[in-house]
Design a protein around this ligand. Sequence first.
Ligand SMILES: C[S@@+](CC[C@H](N)C(=O)[O-])C[C@H]1O[C@@H](n2cnc3c(N)ncnc32)[C@H](O)[C@@H]1O
Ligand SMILES: [Zn+2]
Length: 314
Amino acid sequence: MKKELVSLLCCPHCKGNLDLIIESQEDGEIKEGLLKCLCGRTYPIKKFIPRFINSDLYARSFTFEWRKNKKTQLDSANLNQRSQRAFKNRINFELGDLKGKLVLDAGCGCGRYAEVVAESAGTVLGFDLSYAVDVAFENIGLKKNVHLIQADIFNLPFKKATFDFIYSFGVLHHTVDAKKAFMKLTGLLKPRATISIFVYSSYNKGIVYTSNFWRFFTVRMPKRLLYWLSFVSVPLYYLYRLPVIGNIAKMVFVISMEPDWRWRVLDTFDWYSPKFQSKHTHAEVFGWFKEAGLSDVSIFQDEVSMSASKPENN
Ligand SMILES: C[S@@+](CC[C@H](N)C(=O)[O-])C[C@H]1O[C@@H](n2cnc3c(N)ncnc32)[C@H](O)[C@@H]1O
Ligand SMILES: [Zn+2]
C-alpha cells in the first residue's frame, strides 16, 4: 500500500477518516500495518493490501480462478492488447482522456483492466472481494499509479463523489444483487464522471436454462475437480465449431468458445463455478441507469454493456 492511498479511503462503517499505522515497509510500499478510525474500528494492512473484510466470503471460486490464472489475460504477459481492446470497446472516450484521472476498478480480479488504465497514466484503485487482489498486487501493485484493496462492493471504504471514472466488467452479475451493487457504485461518482459496466445477458433462454441446470451441480463441486473438468473445453471447441451439431451441443452444455485454449479453460470454469450468476436485459440495465439519475447513456456491443455520466447538478 502506498501512503497516499489513506487520503482516498474512509471507514466503511462511519465514513470517518482513517489514521495510518505503519508496521513494516518494503520496496517503498507499506507491507504490514493498520488503518484506524475514531469510531474504534481497525482495518489491517496485510501483505501490502488494506483489508476491509476478513475472508473472501462467497467469492472463493474467484480466489481459486485467479490464483490458477495469474497472467492468462494480462496484456503485458501475453505481449498483446486483448484486454486493452475489450476495455476500449466499453468506453466512449479515448484512453488518453484518463490521464490524471482517479479511476475505480470494481472487482479487479487479476488486474488486467487496471493495467490498461495504469498504462494510460490514470490513477487506478482496484478492489476485489476475493484474494485475487493479491494476484493483482503481484501483477501491477508496484506501479506508482495503482492502488489495491480487498473490500466488498456493498460496504466500500470511500466517501461519496470520489471518482472520475468507474468501471465494473463481469462483476455485478456475480454479486447477490447486481442492481444494488451498481447503485453503490453510482454514489461514488463525481459530478460529470462516467460509469461503465458489463453484465451477462439473458437473451438466449436455451443456454440460460441448461446452464442453470448444470450449475446446480458444478457450484457444489470441489473447485479443483471442476477446474480439471473445464479442460474438456479444449477438445470440445473443435466439435462445437461444426455446423448444426455444434449449435445443438452449445445449447446442451455451453463452453467458452475462446480460440486461446487457456482463456477457454478459464472462462469455462468462470461460467460454472461462481455461486451467484445473474443475467440481464438492456431494458433492465437501462432502467438502473435512469433510476440512478445518470444521463448520456451509451450502449456497446458485448452482452449487456453500457456507460453513462452523472449530471453536473445531481
Ligand atoms: C469474472 S471476475 C472479473 C474480474 C475482472 N473485472 C476481469 O474482468 O478480469 C469477477 C470478480 O468479481 C469479484 N467480486 C464478486 N463479488 C464481489 C463483491 N461483492 N465485491 C467485490 N468484488 C466482487 C470476484 O472476486 C471476481 O474477482
Ligand atoms: Zn469508523
